[in-house]
Design a protein around this ligand. Structure first.
Ligand SMILES: [Zn+2]
Length: 136
């Protein structure tokens, strides 16, 4: 028998998904900065587009060259030297994607390099570091 005036019960919480917990731990390690410090990085923003490093230029989604499968686990950081960078940390890099991104970035005065120094899931992802280069 149900009372129509009864206060409805809160729905039961769903059981914790172990994959959600894993994701949460990974994010905490990235956002919580214990690992970032060892790479000389401080998180400075959520922008995933290297064009954000340029004055008066912004992402032209969905046609921007940053819309590539390599743009994974991306964010903006400040280095210990005070330089603002965008870091992508994909699990795979394909030569055709890299060639297109490198060519577009260089045309706009953005430098990039690849590094095994990748705070997101170290040893599994590759760091693609973007910084403002000299104007061309
Ligand atoms: Zn973009």
């Amino acid at each position: 028998m149900t009372d129509p005036d009864a206060i409805p019960r809160r729905p039961k919480r769903r059981a914790a998904d172990p994959y959600d917990e894993l994701e949460s731990v990974l994010n905490r390690n990235v956002r919580g900065h214990p690992r970032l410090e060892t790479y000389g990085l401080t998180r400075a923003g959520d922008s995933r587009c290297p064009r954000s490093l340029l004055p008066r230029r912004s992402c032209k989604r969905p046609t921007c060259w940053c819309q590539t499968r390599m743009n994974d686990h991306a964010a903006t950081y400040r280095t210990d030297e005070g330089e603002r960078i965008v870091l992508w940390e994909p699990y795979q890099v394909y030569p055709e994607d890299l060639a297109e991104v490198a060519s577009s970035a260089h045309a706009e005065g953005i430098d990039l390099y690849l590094s095994g120094q990748s705070p997101y899931n170290p040893g599994q992802t590759l760091g693609i570091y973007f910084s403002r280069g000299e104007p061309r």
